[in-house]
Design a protein around this ligand. Sequence first.
Ligand code: NAP
Ligand code: ZN
Length: 360
Amino acid sequence: MAQTTPNHTQTVAGWAARDSAGEIAPYTFKRRENGDTDVTIEILYCGICHTDLHQVKDDWGMTMYPIVPGHEITGIITKVGKKVENFKVGDRAGIGCLAASCLECDFCKSSQENYCDQLQFTYNGIFWDGSITYGGYSKMIVADYRYVVHVPESLPMDAAAPLLCAGVTVFTPLKNHNLIESPKKNIGVVGLGGLGHVAVKFGKAFGHHVTVISTSPSKEKEARDRLGADDFIVSSNPKQMEMGKRTLDFILDTVSADHSLGPILELLKVNGTLVIVGASSKPLELPSFPLIFGKRTVKGGIIGGMKETQEMMDLCGKHNITCDIEVVKPDDINEALGRLARNDVKYRFVIDIGGNSSSL
Ligand code: NAP
Ligand code: ZN
């Protein structure tokens, strides 16, 4: 669908998928002029989240083509509208998944914009002016300042980019369950990908005992040596799963595909909580026995609010937490998406939109 909104006059170079084959190709499109509450950001880096892969392939049946993905954006502010507070030209800025919300409901007022029922996303959403939103696989973006955060000076712009989605998505459930700088608990992380590896880093930074539950035995050594995981359970190994029963207080499930929750629930202690943030397009199997015999809870969660996002960025600055990334050129996005689909990335691809990485 072409944009016809009158003030969409700025021509931007980007990369889009045209159909559910999900092939990404250069795409030139229009963005709105910088409004009173907008900032314009020259994009330097954009992470490739598994959500981008779901969306370009229309896994969830909601994609509006052409789609310009990307919601792990870092860049430099080049313009500020006259009603913008707290940002100035030259600031290092980050944009995650949120583009708009009603700003009036209880969720918006308590900075849980991510649960506003009028929430619109950074891409494949409908902005206040009726235009379709286009994401960070592009050179420049115009965003309402209320959905923008500061990137601390101590964080590199490339390795910080995935914090804007992967980071806040795993941070918020930890915060909601009082696991930030709290007494030591036993935490499990299911799926060691983009979200999972940040969850392990947060768990360790906040002083917990962290167990990775993975389908990939090849990830064990690095998970322990590099990310600091204390234990590693291969989910297809019945002996390891048996040994792990009733050991964990809290589990974050970041798996992108269909899988059974029963064996994962068995790893929780009585009263333990499983939070699902992975977004499988198929319904997950949830057997009743591990729930009722363990008085266990299963919950979900989507990203985090804007205050939480800034808090998470600041904590990452303080603890020096960044993502483990592989930087790719825009020309290599398709190859990166293919490798992501094959579970072949440690642990996040980041696109060098600004052409600043000397290693490429
Ligand atoms: P990712 O980098 O591909 O990581 C997913 C991990 O899941 C893989 O590394 C793999 O870990 C595991 N996995 C993959 N296929 C599996 C299977 N068939 N069975 C069991 N485990 C499997 O993806 P991501 O970017 O972290 O995103 C993960 C999911 O979260 C996606 O569905 C994404 O859309 C969703 N997401 C949700 C939110 C939210 O707000 N709730 C935000 C961002 C992303 P192992 O090799 O260790 O098994
Ligand atoms: Zn994401």
